[in-house]
Design a protein around this ligand. Sequence first.
Ligand code: GMT
Length: 374
Amino acid sequence: MRIGITCYPTYGGSGIVATELGLELADRGHDVHFITYANPIRLDPYIPRIHYHEVEVSNYPLFQYPPYCLALASRMAEVAENYKLDLLHVHYAIPHSMSAYMAKQMLAAKRRLPFVTTLHGTDITLVGMDPSYFGITKFSIEQSDGVTSISEDLRRHTVETFGVENEIRVLHNFVNCETYAPDPEKQGRSRFAGEGQKLLIHLSNFRPVKRVLDCIRILAEVRKHEDAKLLMVGDGPDRTQAEHLAAQLGVADHVEFLGKQNNVQRLIRIADVLLMPSEMESFGLAGLEAMACGVPVVGTRVGGVPELITPGVDGFLEAVGDVSGQSVRVLEIVENPDVQRAMATAARRTAETRFATERIIPMYEGYYAEVLGR
Ligand code: GMT
């Protein structure tokens, strides 16, 4: 198949899923065309069957807001025609789904260009619910030739919120279990943690929904019992506040802010526990990546996370904001080598048996075939 993929190319779960999907599809022999405003961070355009088409948005002085949505639609239609795309697959409804709808209409007189929209979370639970985007989000979901959701919880939420009646297929997020694999030697750990020191990690875009301040509070609690250090990977609006809080709680020397990183598996696999204290998480991709690396997650019981983590088996889930509950769970893991070993093994097994690329990617291929009527 010839597939056009559009996503946000910056650091963020939806862009990462879209990029990994494109790479896996190319590996399986499909031609994949990324149509985005910048090269997606995990994309190497040198890879065979991967193509990259940049969307340029001209900024005429009259425009207070450059019309990205229109530039994207034009580029989508152009690429679809020139490269004979079979379909478009857009990640994150706003505004990608609407641009795909316009591209489809632009080509309608000549040919059919179906599009699949994948819902990732905040496009529905936050942005899409804003009154200024509600109507257009509902419309673009209804007009999509196929809609997928990365969790059952998000599917249910979408149906309840928007009252849409078209089928939404749940295709969970996936992980490449070869790239994300445990390292029994935990190579490179000594660069970050001293002998006997416990190592916690958090990975996100540091938006308020991630509750990064809770990570700092959890570390401070854990340190009352164990010598522990926290790696904060990523960047975003709440980073400065988190740095201040670390100083205020007297743990600044034990928190390392590493900023945006590529090849995060190298960092995840050296840790003992991944913290995911989010307010909302429609899936929790960072959690899955950690599980594949054999690193148990201590997170919150929200959104689609319970579809990923079975508490007490391959991780722990507590209520949002329950710092003390999450700290106790971290200690339960790091102070009991048997618990840590059993959870690490179970986490890896969950990733392999339920969320490995080999299992999920064929579901996307099957879904495309359905949408194309093949
Ligand atoms: O979490 C974010 O702020 C980024 C957001 C995105 O769309 O880039 O992540 C969403 O999509 C990820 C990939 O499907 C999911 O793993 C995240 O759970 C989801 N985030 C939220 O629901 C808050």
